[in-house]
Design a protein around this ligand. Structure first.
Ligand SMILES: Cc1cc2nc3c(=O)[nH]c(=O)nc-3n(C[C@H](O)[C@H](O)[C@H](O)COP(=O)(O)OP(=O)(O)OC[C@H]3O[C@@H](n4cnc5c(N)ncnc54)[C@H](O)[C@@H]3O)c2cc1C
Length: 394
């Protein structure tokens, strides 16, 4: 294996593999270092939605929603085995905070931002069909809206993106932990550990795609770069036996008004998510009892038939960490736009990715490669990332 690369990517999550794909497609040589397995970090612990983010309309993140909806339609086309269009139901009760007119307005705007493409059909379900909704509580139910979004297997998608990058010449190493890097005028020297041994390589540029570990990775870089102030916000999910069948449900927590999804997932039902400020090391994240109780209460309130499955302890849980800009107020209202920091304005040698969405991985990757282009050698483009089909690896 050569030890000189145009680009070295730290982190094999959706953002790191996406950057590797974009770089390889642009003709660059690239190596991804992943301290564990490809897609085993946050990119296996998301809500698994490839979506515009209906709720981001509440915070008026219109450009993020438009970009995400564009990426959704692209993924449906490029990765039909990995990204599937699903019907979502939004039950509105007398006590639901979001009123029918707000939902109708939101769904109309969502369809406009998607350019009325395939998957923008929405409406309300006749009362006569409510009984077919997986045992959904119908007491004080006023209306049920439906719309469409897409679902994926996040880790399988990440592995598929890595495989597509490999086809274009990229390399990756699993169980390879980045330790340190020196950013020089004529390239960067990188030290990492793999198979219990120290290794080194050089690269023109480095991409720090460490997800919640982003500032831990940055701490190993010399000259030192100022870390961005971020908040890690944990999101937990429950996986409950017994698949919800008709589609995905967009429910509302009665306690705090947060949107909670109830979705089919590999023969079971996935319920999420929470927002809990996290101060520990990213390696140690796990779903808390309070989070499990919160999600259980929402699930069993809307779908009483799950009471037995959760009572006898058959439900499982997992948790991941969002990287959000530090700030005042509730995390729910904090921007979900990705932030890309570079070590210096002219000819940057290092780009660090903060936050972002699974859905927008390809757009994020394109932005990262664009930011670093001035520091990369001339290469012949091999493909456009909006044309690369993605297939399941296993
Ligand atoms: C609860 C939750 C729900 C979400 N739901 C959705 C959703 O439904 N739809 C959506 O679009 N987005 C969603 N997101 C956002 C999305 O999951 C993340 O933005 C995305 O997965 C982040 O990917 P990443 O590659 O930046 O990070 P990660 O997937 O965490 O990848 C970072 C990688 O870096 C590796 N690493 C760290 N340190 C080192 C080192 N020293 N050396 C080598 N490797 C290292 C880690 O092992 C890890 O694999 C959700 C996020 C959360 C937390």
């Amino acid at each position: 294996m050569t030890d000189r690369y145009d680009m070295l990517v730290i982190g094999g999550g959706i953002n790191g593999t996406g950057v590797a794909q974009a770089a390889a497609a642009a003709g660059y040589s690239v190596l991804v270092l992943e301290k564990s397995l490809i897609g085993s970090g946050t990119s296996s612990r998301s809500s698994k939605l490839i979506h515009g983010g209906l709720r981001y309309l509440e915070t008026m993140e219109l450009s993020l929603v438009r970009e995400s909806l564009y990426e959704r339609s692209l993924m449906l086309r490029l990765a039909p085995e990995l990204v599937k269009l699903r019907r979502f139901f939004i039950p509105i009760y007398e006590t639901t905070r979001r009123r029918p007119w707000q939902i109708r307005t939101g769904l109309s705007l969502y369809a406009v931002l998607a350019g009325f493409d395939h998957g923008t059909e929405f409406g309300s379900l006749p009362k006569t069909q409510w009984d077919s909704l997986d045992g959904l509580r119908t007491k004080r139910l006023q209306k049920v809206f439906f719309y469409h979004d897409a679902q994926t297997d996040d880790q399988a998608l990440t592995r598929a993106v890595m495989a597509s990058a490999v086809k274009l010449g990229a390399q990756y190493q699993e169980n390879a932990r980045f330790h340190s890097a020196n950013l020089g005028e004529n390239g960067c020297e990188i030290n990492f550990e793999s198979d219990g041994r120290e290794h080194s390589c050089t690269a023109s540029v480095i991409v720090n795609a460490g997800g919640p570990w982003v500032n831990h990775v940055l701490a190993g870089v010399r000259p030192a770069c100022k870390p961005r102030k971020v908040e890690l916000v944990q999101g937990a999910h429950l996986v409950v036996p017994g698949e919800i069948e008709r589609g995905c449900y967009y429910t509302e927590s009665r306690r705090d008004g947060r949107a909670i999804f109830v979705m089919p997932w590999k023969g079971a039902t996935l319920v999420g998510t929470t927002e809990t400020r996290y101060r520990g090391h990213p390696d140690k994240t796990h779903a808390l009892r309070a989070e499990k109780n919160y999600l259980t209460a929402i699930l069993t309130h809307h779908f009483p038939r799950y009471r037995e499955a959760v009572a006898d302890g058959r439900a499982q849980a997992f948790a991941g960490l969002r990287v959000l800009p530090a700030g005042e107020g509730h995390a729910f209202h904090r921007s979900r736009e990705v932030i890309i920091d570079v070590d210096r304005k002219n000819k940057p040698r290092l780009a660090s990715i903060y936050g972002g969405k699974l859905t927008t991985w390809r757009a994020t990757a394109a932005k990262v490669v664009r930011r670093l282009r001035a520091s990369l050698p001339e290469r012949q483009e091999r493909a456009g990332t909006d044309e690369i089909a993605l297939e399941p690896v296993d």
